[in-house]
Design a protein around this ligand. Structure first.
Ligand code: NDP
Length: 447
């Protein structure tokens, strides 16, 4: 048997070594807590120092990003890439451009990514990167110069078989294009070193839609487990970025109605269902604020402040904006208002208190690691197409995505059952994701 207190001792080390990084400690604490029955069953993990190794990134790269704005003023941002774990394959995970970015956030995202990527069943390790640059309000040429400067350092650390970044908050097709162009210019190699590329130059169909579609496929599996479906359901999808937009699209296709969406300033409520074409135009093309929606749709209301969105009555909630956007009080309100299912489109959007409320009330709850894995899974499919110099049809990729999400639900539910907490997909996803990484690390020796 593993000695008592192994998990607690590892948590103590992590807490000491990563002071001032609450998001990272929150993510590690949740995973380690789920792993108690696994560690009990596998005493060899303690002997191999497996937990001590899995909580420490393999490599952390920090760098300076100097760039000039349209008035030639020089700015300096901080860039980073955390290469967390490569037991299952090349590091894979997005790049986040947001002023809140610092090492603690990128480490939490990189850590989560390790288990998420394992759950997809594809050969991908986990990593994450980003910068505190804020693309909001910048001109296209400023964003281009920034992306070029960012890649001028990052190119040394990535590679099609080493580390393949993708998009995340603040990084969409435009930014991926500028970064890819700079990589090619420096290295003269046209390689699959980024995913989320344009369809004409190596991108995969469905990658844009994948995280939102995948989250809804996952939630649909949770509902099917209760002999229910999206048909006739009222839904909230917070945020109005890539994940929220394509969650809305799939919910609507499955017969549900999305009535509330948000951005970091506030939220809109439209009892008739939010018109997705308007949101896509405002956010994807015009890059405007969500409050502009009410100028075009008289049935809609705008409320300042994004946290109020959880007071809207709904059957299903899909938090799809950012970490810790839904707290314990919001969770209680959702449950009181009759919400039966929550699937996380964003990474760690529910606080630990909120997760407790959902689990204790019997609300179906799909953690981000499992529910939003469709994005990285489709990135994995983009890598496979790049390696084979092939392009699959929309239907082919969508069918593969659906199958992956169904399998993730199945392995998380089975692991939850096997380890004595049936229905608890937090434990199930953590355990199912961990066991594959752990056995690969055991096989690969102390590295
Ligand atoms: P986008 O940049 O496309 O959109 C993010 C949305 O969330 C925007 O509406 C933004 O509003 C809002 N938002 C961002 N930060 C905050 C904040 N601090 N408070 C309130 N709202 C905020 O990002 P994505 O849609 O790609 O990502 C959303 C979430 O999904 C993130 O947690 C990301 O890690 C996760 N995710 C994304 C994947 C992907 O494939 N894109 C894959 C898996 C997970 P505003 O415009 O005002 O900033």
């Amino acid at each position: 048997m593993a000695s008592t207190g192994y998990i607690e001792r590892v948590m103590e080390i992590v807490t000491k070594r990563n002071a001032g990084q609450p998001e990272f400690l929150q993510a590690v604490g949740e995973v380690l807590d789920s792993l108690k029955p696994v560690i009990k069953k596998h005493p060899e993990y303690e002997e191999a120092g497996l937990l001590e190794r899995i909580v420490e990134p393999e490599r952390q790269i920090l760098f300076r990003i100097p760039w000039q704005d349209d008035q030639n003023k020089v700015h300096v941002n901080r860039g980073m890439r955390i290469q967390f774990n490569s037991a299952l394959g090349p590091y894979k995970g997005g790049l986040r451009f947001h002023p809140s970015v610092y090492v603690g956030i990128i480490k939490f995202l990189g850590f989560e990514q390790v288990f998420k990527n394992s759950l997809t069943g594809l050969m991908m390790g986990g990593g994450k990167g980003g910068t505190d640059f804020d693309p909001k309000g910048k001109s296209d040429s400023e964003v281009m110069r920034f992306c070029q400067s960012f890649m001028t350092e990052l190119y040394r650390h990535i590679g099609a078989d080493a580390d393949v970044p993708a998009g995340d908050i603040g990084v969409g097709g435009r930014e991926i294009g500028y970064m890819f162009g700079q990589y090619k210019r420096i290295t003269k190699q046209f390689e699959g070193i980024l995913t989320g590329k344009g369809l004409d130059w190596g991108g995969s169909l469905v990658r844009t839609e994948a995280t939102g579609y995948g989250c809804v496929y996952f939630c649909d599996e949770m509902l099917k487990g209760k002999k229910d479906s999206f048909e006739g359901k009222t839904v909230i999808a917070s945020g109005s970025g890539n994940v929220a937009i394509y969650s809305h699209e799939k919910v609507t296709q499955l017969g549900g109605k999305v009535v509330a969406m948000s951005d970091s300033n506030g939220y809109i409520y439209d009892k008739d269902g939010i018109n997705l074409d308007t949101v896509k135009r405002l956010k994807e093309i015009e890059r405007k604020r969500i409050k502009e929606y009410v100028n075009e749709h008289k049935s809609a209301e705008y409320t300042e402040g994004c946290s109020g969105i959880w007071n809207v009555k709904c059957d299903v909630a899909l938090p799809s904006a950012t970490q810790n956007e839904l707290d314990g009080k919001a969770a209680e309100t959702l449950v009181k208002n009759g919400c039966i299912a929550v699937a996380e489109g964003a990474n760690m959007p529910c606080t630990p208190e909120a997760v407790k409320v959902f689990l204790n009330s019997g609300t179906l709850y799909g953690p981000g690691k499992a529910a939003n894995a469709g994005g990285v899974a489709t990135s994995g499919l983009e890598m496979a197409q790049n390696s084979q110099r092939e392009a699959w049809t929309f239907e082919e990729v969508d069918a593969k995505l659906n199958k992956i999400m169904v399998n993730i639900y199945k392995s998380a539910s089975e692991a939850a059952e096997e380890y004595g907490t049936p229905g608890n997909l937090v434990n199930g996803a953590n355990i199912a994701g961990f066991t594959k990484v752990a056995s690969a690390m055991m096989a690969q020796g102390v590295v």
